[in-house]
Design a protein around this ligand. Structure first.
Ligand SMILES: *Cc1c(COP(=O)(O)O)cnc(C)c1O
Length: 293
């Protein structure tokens, strides 16, 4: 079932003019479409759906969502049907973008809904209604974060990672990935999250999934909000890609690496700190070549 997933996961050392040691864990390379962390988030959800005898996965996302892309591919791999509730009813009459087109080719049924309806995506009554409309479905929330996702994300870290590094860094969207990393981390380690969006609410989201305290979160590098960017961010990504030949995108991994390099430059980490940055993927929908909605 997991034959399509590249193993073992590779590491890339990043040479720095600094006394800290930085490696990147390239979970982006496990699959070109099931980008990195989304595979780990989905794995136990899809296994649970199968165990419960449900034939269809239903989930939510925007038109460029990495989670929608990953769900379509992973469901297909697992022999399950998938339904995507997509934000924006106006999209129903337009040609599909590459993310949605690929999802549809893999068998995902796309349902475009208004922004008002989409806002109900976590509402119990609305979910009940979806269950009636689409029987036999296993519903996964937007972004894929739930208890099974947090369980799956623990597997991003190997025993070696617990022994070899002092700090684990990752990009944060809904907080599921970092929660899994925190749960798995060793007591001497610190998990550092770079938020892709603005605000403190994510702290509480993460506390919902883990009681451990060896972590912190910053939104200082989110460029003002989700999918917002800055010329400095783009310049950083370009020079990083040129120097290290590691592709980044500007929504998640670009902001993480931008932030991490800034902290290193400002001597945030003690000399000799061994850092592992998780490359969570996200390259299927690089927004840099698209006009922004
Ligand atoms: C979804 C995503 C994240 C955020 O993961 P969460 O579990 O929602 O915090 C990080 N990086 C990439 C590339 C993603 O697609």
């Amino acid at each position: 079932m997991f034959d399509h997933i590249a193993q073992p996961i590779s590491y890339q050392h990043i040479e720095l003019p600094s006394s800290v040691h930085l490696d990147i864990k390239r979970i982006d390379l496990i699959h070109p479409q099931i980008s990195g962390n989304k595979f780990f988030k989905l794995k136990y959800n899809l296994l649970a759906a199968k165990q419960q005898g449900l034939s269809t996965i239903l989930t939510f996302g925007g038109a460029y969502s990495n989670h929608i892309a990953a769900t379509a591919y992973t469901a297909h791999l697992f022999g399950l049907h998938s339904i995507g509730i997509i934000r924006g009813e106006e999209l129903a009459n337009k040609p599909l973008n590459p993310t949605l087109e690929k999802a549809q080719i893999l068998g995902m049924q796309l349902h475009f809904v208004s922004r008002n309806e989409y806002r109900l995506r976590n509402n119990e009554n609305y979910l009940q209604q979806l269950h009636l409309q689409f029987p036999e479905t296993f519903i996964i929330p937007e972004g894929g974060t739930n208890e099974l996702a947090v369980q799956g994300c623990q597997e991003i870290l190997s025993q070696r990672d617990l022994e070899q590094y002092d700090v684990i860094c990752c990009a944060v969207g809904t907080g599921g990935t970092i929660s899994g990393l925190i749960e798995r981390s060793a007591p001497h380690q610190k998990v550092l999250g770079f938020s892709a969006l603005k605000g403190d609410f994510l702290q509480q989201e993460i506390q919902q999934w883990t009681k451990k305290q060896n972590w912190s979160l910053t939104d200082a590098y989110c460029c003002g909000g989700y999918a917002k960017t800055s010329p400095e961010l783009f310049a950083f990504i370009e020079s990083f890609e040129a120097k290290y030949a590691v592709p980044l995108e500007p929504i998640y991994t670009g902001k993480m690496m931008f932030g991490l390099f800034d902290l290193i430059k400002n001597h945030y980490f003690p000399e000799g700190t061994r850092i592992l940055a998780i490359h969570s993927g996200g390259l299927q929908a690089d927004i840099r070549n698209k006009s922004h909605q």
